[in-house]
Design a binder for this molecule. Structure first.
Ligand code: NI
Length: 166
């Protein structure tokens, strides 16, 4: 397994749109394992392939407290959503920024698992927020796109300054 470098906002590569995975191969499974390791190390609860500069529709999530429930979503799609809820979000690509975002309250996701089998999952609360946030990444969208321009510019300036210093 290997730790991967996570792109940081406002890196333009975070705006690329990921393409569908045609076949779930050993390379894809290895990528999912490396992404899980990278996410646990960060630490975070979700990571999309876009964030490690791979434009494939692959997302990993684990919202358990003891890192015991890794979830792999290949070509994830939201097939049903209900209600609205505001939740404070953060992102490994936008360090130390936490903002309220309104998203669907419950969502049903359809995806392929690591064996290439189709599954559907009903999600709510943190998991529902997380899956919507990660699918956004695959479409080149970030949670800061939902907040005010002023707040986003502040975050951008701070991160650009930090990146210059590093
Ligand atoms: Ni994120």
């Amino acid at each position: 397994m290997a730790l991967l470098t996570i792109l940081k906002f406002p890196d333009p590569r975070l705006r690329k749109k990921a393409t569908e995975i045609k076949k779930v191969t050993d390379d894809i499974r290895k990528l999912a394992d490396d992404m899980l390791e990278t996410m646990y190390d960060a630490p975070g609860v979700g990571l999309a392939a876009t964030q490690i500069n791979v434009q494939k529709r692959l997302v990993v999530i684990d919202i358990s407290e003891d890192k015991s429930e890794p979830l792999v979503f290949i070509n994830p799609e939201i097939i049903k959503e209900q209600g609205q809820r505001e939740h404070e979000e953060g992102c490994l690509s936008v360090p130390e920024a936490y903002e309220l975002v309104t998203r669907a309250d419950t969502v049903r996701v359809k995806a392929l698992d690591r064996n290439g089998e189709t599954f559907e999952l009903d999600t709510e609360e943190l998991l529902a927020t997380c899956i919507q946030h990660e699918i956004d990444h695959l479409d080149g969208k970030l949670f800061v796109d939902y907040i005010s321009n002023l707040k986003r510019q502040r975050i951008k300036k701070r991160l650009e300054k930090q990146q210059k210093e590093n």
